[in-house]
Design a protein. Sequence first.
Length: 109
Amino acid sequence: MSVWHDKEPQVIDAIKELKSDVIVSTIADGSIVFHDGNPTNITQEQIDNKLAELQVEYNNLVYARERARQYPKFKEFVEAYTEKEIGSDSTKWDTYIINYNKVRTENPK
């Protein structure tokens, strides 16, 4: 998986990792439907192995998801930076930096 996600990986994610242009869906009972006929013969074992791999990667990135949720909002950054650069008042910028670094300290890699 090239980027981390806010949701745990699903069967569809594993299949898409195995073949990005696959046309596939799942139904309520968990069955997999290959709408393109599964031309590369993706097996259940391949899907299970890839899903397990994606789950490990997802679990290893818990710190990144926590950081993303706790970082100050982009709007706060823009406002603080603008006031510092245009208005010559760094009060909000200083507060932003403190809050940003606090998140990094509390959620180490």
